[in-house]
Design a protein around this ligand. Structure first.
Ligand code: ADP
Ligand code: MG
Length: 344
């Protein structure tokens, strides 16, 4: 947990550095939207801990009260989507013993999207992995590894096609099964907070752990520079810098939450076919998309599928991405439409 908080503080520092220190490097002849007439350079920032993640928000020229509204929206989303908060939509689905449960519009939208990504990824993205995820000690600091028997027993409960979404936002799941929205919910929340910001700020950097959303432009009218961490380096090192506006940049990496046991690296993105951490050449996947929710699911899918299949699915689904491999290769999808600068 400490490590995760540290990672996010680091991402915050990188973002602040870019906001404060990189203005002189901004692109000439920027094609971004025209500077907002209300731009006065008044900046407000806030940090919270939601969704097991340090959330950092920076708003420029925000309408009065917006920051408070955003912070309370984060609290509301946590109360709806957390697996552990008693009475949340996810908690009610997981404790319904096979009975249908009516969920909020927000949860409904995420579940529909999760189903879609389960289908297009041939099961690589699977929210019913929850019973397997719960066996691994990535988040509680226990560094626990399931026995083969525990893992195989839990794997028998993994099957998103058993999650039924019926009329009137009724959701049902066979008794014993459970869901975990850790691979998609932060993206949905980032989208919603970006929507709340649009038209009410001249710019914003919304950082939900691996999900960053930038709105509008920086106070000097330039685009944002978002670093993609170099997985081979320290937490301060960027492999590449993206120059973007009004979009989400989402990274999933095998260095985000992990432990090392007997010399083996175990990380938190699991292959639903085995219940073990996905094992292939990828270290990280960064997706750039207007939909942070879709980017969140796609980043997780890429890590599960590995470089070759990830590239196929990114192309088929029309996503722009940067994949970094264990042997220090960078793969950028064809016709990548954003400015990208490799640091080394
Ligand atoms: P992060 O949470 O670090 O931003 P991801 O978006 O890749 O990273 O989500 C990882 C989380 O998603 C895990 O902590 C777990 O809760 C869940 N998860 C792990 N493997 C999968 C998978 N194959 N499909 C869907 N969700 C997964
Ligand atoms: Mg994800």
């Amino acid at each position: 947990m400490k490590k995760r908080i540290f990672t996010y503080l680091l991402i915050l520092c990188t973002a602040l550095f870019c906001l404060g220190g990189c203005a002189e490097k901004s692109r000439e002849g920027d094609n971004g939207p025209a500077p907002s007439p209300e731009r006065k350079g008044v900046s407000t920032s806030n940090t919270g801990f939601f969704f097991d993640t340090v959330v950092t928000l920076r708003l420029y020229d925000a309408r009065d009260g917006l920051m408070d509204e955003i912070m309370s929206a984060c609290g509301r989303y946590e109360a709806l989507l957390s697996k552990t908060v008693e009475g949340s939509d996810v908690w009610r689905i997981n404790h319904a013993d096979g009975q249908p449960v009516q969920v909020s519009e927000e949860t409904w939208q995420i579940l529909q999207s999760a189903k879609h990504f389960y289908e297009i990824s041939d099961g690589a993205f699977s929210i019913t992995l929850a019973p397997v995820i719960a066996l691994w000690g990535f988040t509680d600091g226990s560094e626990r590894m399931p026995t083969d028997e525990e893992r195989l027993t839990a794997l028998a409960l993994v099957d998103d096609s058993q999650l039924k979404l019926e009329g009137d936002r009724m959701v049902s799941l066979p008794a014993g099964m459970s869901i975990d929205l850790g691979g998609i919910a932060k993206g949905y929340i980032a989208d919603k907070i970006a929507e709340m910001s649009e038209g009410n700020v001249s710019g914003a950097v919304l950082n939900f752990g691996g999900n960053v959303y930038v709105v509008g432009l920086k106070p000097d009218g330039s685009e944002y520079r978002i670093g993609i961490r170099d997985p081979q380096g320290t937490e301060n090192d960027s492999k590449a810098i993206l120059t973007v506006h009004d979009t989400s940049v989402v990274t999933s990496g095998i260095y985000e939450r992990y432990f090392i046991k007997d010399g083996v690296w175990y990380h938190h993105i699991l292959d639903p076919k085995t219940g073990m951490p996905a094992e292939n050449e990828l270290m990280s996947a960064t997706i750039v998309s207007k939909s942070s929710m879709e980017a969140d699911a796609m980043a997780t899918i890429c890590i599960v599928l590995g470089a070759e299949r990830a590239q196929e699915i990114l192309k088929a689904q029309g996503f722009d991405a940067v994949l970094l491999t264990k042997d220090n290769q960078s793969i950028v999808t064809d016709a990548f439409p954003y400015q990208i600068h490799f640091v080394q």
